[in-house]
Structures are given as structure tokens and as C-alpha cells.
Ligand binder design. Structure first.
Ligand code: FAD
Ligand code: DHB
Length: 393
């Protein structure tokens, strides 16, 4: 069975769904091919922080109504170390900008609803997805579903299939240059049915390792702990997780973390990764398919949104005016922002985590950097400006 469209999109994560929606608003047709079920992608718990520019884009695109209603606008974060909290105030340091806490899976639900309401086509549970002919003007996405073979024939393929997807592999090795760093730790994350016991996010630096306090709603707390990269989740019963969180988040003034039933838990590896060549022939990569940041600083989903903003503009110029210039410079445009976020995420990660082979040198540098960051307006402004996010290209 063969379908024809203008843009064939692989992956129904934030990147693929947002691209399909924005293209639709520009009158450009697309089909999304996703290997998981709708229920699975709508309930995959991941990122939670949206930069100001991402919030503005979702609102302008008409998919921000629930985000505005249910999202939590935060005007700062706390850096917690030495038993005390130190607040970084965003609006006063960034000319009035802020962030919004709204779960990635909620963004995904809103985008799926918008696509389906507009008659958009999303193929869920597609098996053996592959991209073909990206060096020609008529590339294809092939997949199997319900026992039969399917083909989406298109003019452009958008690889929005995340880090483990198939699209990046379609770029020949000689045409791509990959940069990668892994970190000697991972994050254990939980979602708990507990009212947040602090109004803003807390990034805690502690001798036993990093901890992060976040939230999803007035009833749900999201928490993370630095653990070993090969940690087995089975070794972390709920009581051990809570005990460790209490220890790492403790303050001298007796602040208490609220506990509640653990609804979800998982371990996320930490990696920096950039594929330089986000495009090859008629294939364009976006989001995690092209780059990964360690989660400290919450840049992953925001980078995906920024890529899609650039790609939509380039594809609209291509389909509506026959202009290829913006497509030709797509990856150069994206990579500037990508490398800024790569640096910021690496910097936040390096400042806040305990390194296993440290003889105390790194810890002293970290403590000096933390003191400087909360003590100098210039240093605090640099963190704040990167955290709320630089403007889209
Ligand atoms: P994805 O969300 O990965 O979407 C890719 C989609 O493609 C998925 O739906 C996938 O099922 C589909 N797909 C994959 N392979 C194929 C295939 N062969 N065929 C068809 N479809 C395919 N960022 C933060 O800022 N904070 C966090 O706390 C955080 N936690 C994370 C936890 C985990 C476990 C992971 C993996 C990422 C996390 N991130 C976090 C990063 C953030 O979630 C990503 O940057 C964001 O999801 C990128 O969106 P995307 O659409 O590019 O990729
Ligand atoms: C969350 C995740 C992050 O990586 C981060 O830096 C802040 C918040 C979250 O899931 O809420």
C-alpha cells in the first residue's frame, strides 16, 4: 500500500508531532510513522521544563491552551549546597523571562489531539520502519503494519525518531561527524503522588551526589538522584530512594520533602552527543535523532522545539516558493544553538555531580563555582539566561 505526501516524518515524539502540526498550519502535508502505540507515547514520562521561546511557539501554534491552564510558570530555581538554598531569579536577570513546568507527555497529548482533529495522519505501531532513496528526489519510508507492507512516498523525510531511531543510520558514515561524551553516573527518576514541598525546582549539590526536586502539578512531585551508570533499579526500593532524597536535599533550617506513593521510576543514562550533519540529501534530522544533552538544565525537549522551528521555516520556503536556501543551511543554523545547549548542560552537570574518581580537586572547583554563581550577579545572569533559553534563530 502506498501513500503520497510532501513530508514523511519518522517518530511521533515532540519533534515529529510539532513539525507535522506547524507544517499543516503552513499548508504543507505530512504523514507520521511511529513504531510505538499512541498510549505508549502519551504516557512516556520524560522532560518537564519548557523555555519561554518554546512556550511562546506552542501558544502561537494554537496548542498552548491546556499548557497555559495547567502549566506552572516558574520565575526562578534554587541551587542548594552547604545546607542552604540560594535562589536564582529569572525575570530580574533576563529582562522578564521565565520557564514553564509542563510534562513532555502532556505536550505530546496536546499535539496528537490537534493533529487528529485536523485530519492529520499518524501511523502508530508501525514495524520495521526504514528510510530509502534519500539521495533521490523521491525518498520513501517503508514499514509493516497488520501483516502488510506499506510505503510513504514523499519529497522530504524528517528523521524525528530519537536517539535510538533508524534515520541517523541512513546517513553514510563518511558524511557524518559524531561527537560523544558519556558521564560516570546516571539519574534515577521518580514521579510521586505528593504535593511539592517547595514552589520552585531545586538543584542540590551534596557529598553523596546530585539530587533534583521538580514537579508536574500541585499534586505530583518529580525527583531525581545521581546514581552509578550501571545501577540496577531493583536495588532501589522506594524507602531507599526517599531516604537518599531526604539526605541530599536536607537544609539546616529543617525543610522537609513530602513523600507519597511512587507512580513511576526509571534510570536515565547521561550523555552528550552531536551528529554534525543533521541533513543528507532529502533527509533532515531533528531533536534527539541528531543530538543528546545530559538532562541537567532541561534542554533536551527545548532543543527539539528549536530545530523544528528552523525546519518548518525551511520546508515552507521549499514547498511554497521553491527555495532551497534555508534547507541548505538548516544544520548550520541549528548547530549554533545546539552547541550552546551542549555547553550549558555539560557545565551544569560538571558543577553539580559527584565524580567517582575525584581526589577532592573537582569538589573544590565545584564549590568555588557554586559560590561564585550565587554570589555574582554576572555569573547568576549567565546561568539564568541559558536556563530560560536563548531566543530561537
Ligand atoms: P523522542 O521523544 O525520543 O521521540 C522519538 C519518537 O520516535 C518516539 O516516539 C519513538 O518511539 C519513535 N521512534 C524511535 N524509533 C523509531 C523507528 N525506528 N520508527 C518509528 N518511530 C521510531 N530532557 C529533559 O530536558 N529533561 C528530562 O528529564 C529528560 N528525561 C529524559 C529521559 C529519557 C529516558 C530520555 C530518553 C530522554 C529524556 N530527556 C529529558 C530528553 C527529552 O525527553 C528529549 O530531548 C525529547 O524527547 C526529544 O524529542 P524527540 O521528539 O526529538 O525524540
Ligand atoms: C526536570 C528535568 C530536568 O532534567 C531538569 O533539569 C529539570 C526538571 C523535570 O523532569 O521536571
Amino acid at each position: 500500500m502506498r501513500t503520497r505526501t510532501q513530508v514523511g516524518i519518522v517518530g511521533a515524539g515532540p519533534s515529529g508531532l510539532l513539525l507535522s502540526h506547524l507544517l499543516h498550519l503552513q499548508g504543507v502535508a505530512s504523514v507520521i510513522v511511529e513504531n510505538r502505540s499512541r498510549d505508549y507515547v502519551e504516557h512516556r514520562v520524560r522532560a518537564g521544563v519548557l523555555e519561554q521561546a518554546a512556550v511562546d511557539l506552542l501558544k502561537e501554534a494554537g496548542v498552548g491552551e491546556r499548557m497555559v491552564r495547567e502549566g506552572l510558570v516558574h520565575n526562578g530555581i534554587e541551587l542548594r549546597f552547604g545546607g542552604r538554598g540560594h535562589r536564582i531569579d529569572f525575570p530580574s536577570l533576563t529582562g522578564g523571562r521565565a520557564i514553564t513546568v509542563y510534562g513532555q507527555q502532556e505536550v505530546v497529548k496536546d499535539l496528537i489531539a490537534a493533529r487528529l482533529a485536523a485530519g492529520g495522519e499518524i501511523v502508530f505501531e508501525a514495524a520495521d520502519v526504514g528510510v530509502h532513496g534519500i539521495d533521490t528526489d523521491t525518498p520513501l519510508i517503508r514499514y509493516r503494519k497488520d501483516g502488510s507492507e506499506h510505503e510513504v512516498s514523499c519529497a522530504i523525510v524528517a528523521g524525528c525518531d530519537g536517539f535510538h531511531g533508524v534515520c541517523r543510520q541512513a546517513i553514510p558514515d563518511h558524511a557524518q561527524h559524531v561527537f560523544e561524551r558519556t558521564y560516570p553516573f546516571a539519574w534515577l527518576g521518580i514521579l510521586a503522588q505528593a504535593a511539592p514541598s517547595h514552589e520552585e525546582l531545586i538543584y542540590a549539590y551534596h557529598d553523596r551526589g546530585f539530587a533534583l526536586f521538580s514537579m508536574r502539578s500541585p499534586e505530583i512531585t518529580r525527583l531525581y538522584l545521581q546514581v552509578a551508570p550501571d545501577e540496577d533499579i531493583a536495588d532501589w526500593p522506594d524507602e531507599r530512594i526517599w531516604q537518599e532524597l531526604h539526605t541530599r536535599l536536607e537544609t539546616d533550617d529543617g525543610w522537609r520533602l513530602n513523600e507519597g506513593p511512587v507512580l513511576e521510576k526509571g534510570i536515565t543514562p547521561m550523555r552528550s552527543f552531536v551528529c554534525e550533519k543533521m541533513q543528507h540529501g532529502r533527509l533532515f534530522l531533528a531533536g534527539d535523532a541528531a543530538h543528546i544533552v545530559p538532562p541537567t538544565g532541561a534542554k533536551g525537549m527545548n532543543l527539539a522545539v528549536a530545530d523544528i522551528h528552523v525546519l518548518t521555516r525551511a520546508l515552507t520556503a521549499f514547498f511554497k516558493s521553491g527555495r532551497g536556501d534555508l534547507l541548505a543551511t538548516y544544520d548550520a543554523t541549528c548547530l549554533k544553538r545546539v552547541w550552546r545547549a551542549e555547553h550549558f548542560s555539560w557545565w551544569m552537570t560538571s558543577m553539580l555531580h559527584r565524580f567517582p574518581d575525584d581526589d577532592g580537586f573537582q569538589q573544590r572547583l565545584q564549590r568555588s563555582q557554586l559560590d561564585y554563581t550565587v554570589g555574582s550577579r554576572a555569573a547568576a545572569a549567565s546561568l539564568a539566561e541559558n536556563y530560560v533559553g536563548l531566543p530561537f534563530a
